[in-house]
Design a binder for this molecule. Structure first.
Ligand code: PLP
Length: 478
């Protein structure tokens, strides 16, 4: 007698009529009171924030946000540099919904895998430059950079170069806010509040021409000199002790600092000469921001590891990843256990959303549009609008990312004495004008969704001009 398992047809439970998922609608005052009572915000002075009250963002579509007062705000920052495909893309919501019903979670630790993480890895290998064929997943950019340190260490162990331990990073770089990410970053105010730091991390100076170049150096000469600090540091520590150099192709949170074209080729030359791994933190630069799929392609160099997050899912759900150059991947794959992982490494819902996001970026030719159309338009519009402006000293950027340097005397490259104060004044004018433009010290930053059109670019630039003019006026400069 043979037993045959009865095929039980899986019956999809009927979808309930839309419950009010918007939850309770409260007044702005109620939201603010509850937020102040129970929520600690990241990177904030909670005392002063609670006195002034947060802006409550309730919905978004395309490049626009709405607050609880009904104000329509244009988002010049794509959230936090991440909403590359813009808000309200149903394809991403559908991908998450379907995946949650099919397989909401399974781990990839114990000899198991699942279709979304497989498809995503194959897709990333297709989109990334040729030598990047392997990807490790995590939940954020910070965890990506923690993972980078683990991979770098394991790589040199496999090469029997156990003394190669030091990682060289840069002042005013940003690599996240775990202890490792914060230590790699060069933000002094973060270092001051860390209980302890990761060992074997040192910093060299950043290629910030406007703020730090002395004498009559050209931007190219200055960038070359800053890159050569890497060589000096390696010689000081001893090449046998240096494992890697990490940098953002352009510094994002540090102020959209774009190094001159001489910088990255020299960094690459030095890394190769002394056998040092080169890590590009592509958390902001990746997925089209400069008009290339990855920012290292814009600057023309080939890293050994790339850190990914933000635009990987357009921020719809959290996910980070590290891409390994074949050379590094081979060493990790062929040498036994790699003792690192996170419960949600390759999370199926995040992977499904990332895949849907990458398909949109590719199939709608969003990255190409940034490169050939909207990016050049945005850059030209900014340069035309702010040429000879009395408080704009420099405009940096490419594609759909830009930094505007506020300066007391633009021609003399003289910055404001209390730069951050001027940035805050300008940011407040933007806020009141319903434009999201971020201030980092005395640099104003823009990084809109990559789906932005020319009319919307005009709106951002017009609102930025209003805010910067108002700032100059308040300072009594005209
Ligand atoms: C945002 C950012 C990170 C950190 O990512 P999280 O997801 O916030 O942990 C790391 N590197 C760079 C370049 C970033 O901009």
């Amino acid at each position: 007698m043979s037993y045959r398992t009865e095929e039980v047809a899986y019956v999809q439970p009927a979808v309930q009529p839309a419950a009010n998922v918007q939850a309770t609608q409260r007044s702005t005052a109620e939201y603010r009171a509850l937020d102040a009572a129970h929520h600690i915000h990241p990177f904030s002075d909670m005392g002063s924030l609670n006195r002034s009250g947060s802006r409550v963002i309730v919905k978004a579509q395309g490049v626009y946000l709405w607050d609880s007062e009904g104000n329509k705000i244009i988002d010049g920052m794509a959230g936090l540099w991440c909403v590359n495909v813009g808000y309200g893309r149903k394809e991403l919501a559908d991908a998450a919904y379907r995946q949650m019903q099919e397989l909401p979670f399974y781990n990839t630790f114990f000899k198991t895998t699942h279709p979304p993480v497989i498809e995503l890895s194959a897709m990333l290998a297709e989109l990334a430059p040729e030598p990047f064929n392997h990807f490790f997943y995590c939940n954020s950019g910070s965890e990506g950079n923690d993972t980078v340190l683990r991979i770098v260490h394991q790589y040199w162990a496999t090469q029997k170069m156990h003394s190669k331990k030091v990682v060289i990073s840069r002042k005013n770089g940003y690599h996240g806010s775990t202890i490792a990410g914060g230590t790699l970053g060069g933000m002094g105010y973060m270092h001051e509040q860390m209980p302890s730091k990761v060992e074997n991390i040192v910093h060299i100076d950043q290629p910030y021409f406007f703020g730090e170049a002395e004498g009559n150096l050209t931007p190219e000469e200055f960038a070359l000199a800053r890159a050569q600090q890497l060589e000096a540091k390696i010689l000081e520590i001893g090449a046998d002790n240096v494992a890697a150099f990490i940098g953002e192709p352009f510094q994002g949170a540090g102020g959209v600092i774009f190094p001159a074209s001489t910088y990255w080729p020299e960094i690459q030359r030095i890394c190769r000469k002394y056998d040092i791994l080169l890590v590009a933190d592509e958390v902001i630069g990746g997925f089209g921001r400069t008009g290339e799929w990855f920012a290292h392609q814009h600057f023309g160099f080939e890293p050994d590891l790339i850190t990914l997050a933000k635009g990987l899912t357009s921020g719809y759900v959290p996910m980070g990843a590290v891409g390994l150059h074949d050379r590094v991947a081979k060493a990790i794959i062929e040498h036994g256990d790699f003792n690192h992982g996170l419960t949600y490494s390759g999370h199926p819902v995040a992977a499904a959303v990332a895949l849907a996001n990458l398909k949109l970026l590719r199939d709608e030719k969003i990255v190409e549009r940034v490169k050939t159309d909207t990016g050049p338009y945005f850059q030209k519009k900014l340069r035309d609008t702010f040429a000879n402006h009395p408080i704009i000293g420099e405009i940096s950027g490419a594609g759909l990312v830009a930094g505007l340097q506020l300066a007391e005397d633009p021609k003399a490259r003289k910055r404001f004495a209390n730069g951050g104060d001027v940035g805050t004044i300008c940011r407040d004018f933007c806020f009141n004008g319903n434009l999201i433009m971020r201030a980092t010290g005395d640099r104003m930053l823009l990084s809109p969704p990559l789906v932005i059109n020319k009319l919307e670019i005009d709106e951002i630039v017009a609102k930025a001009k209003y805010a910067i003019d108002a700032t100059a006026q308040q300072l009594g400069i005209s």
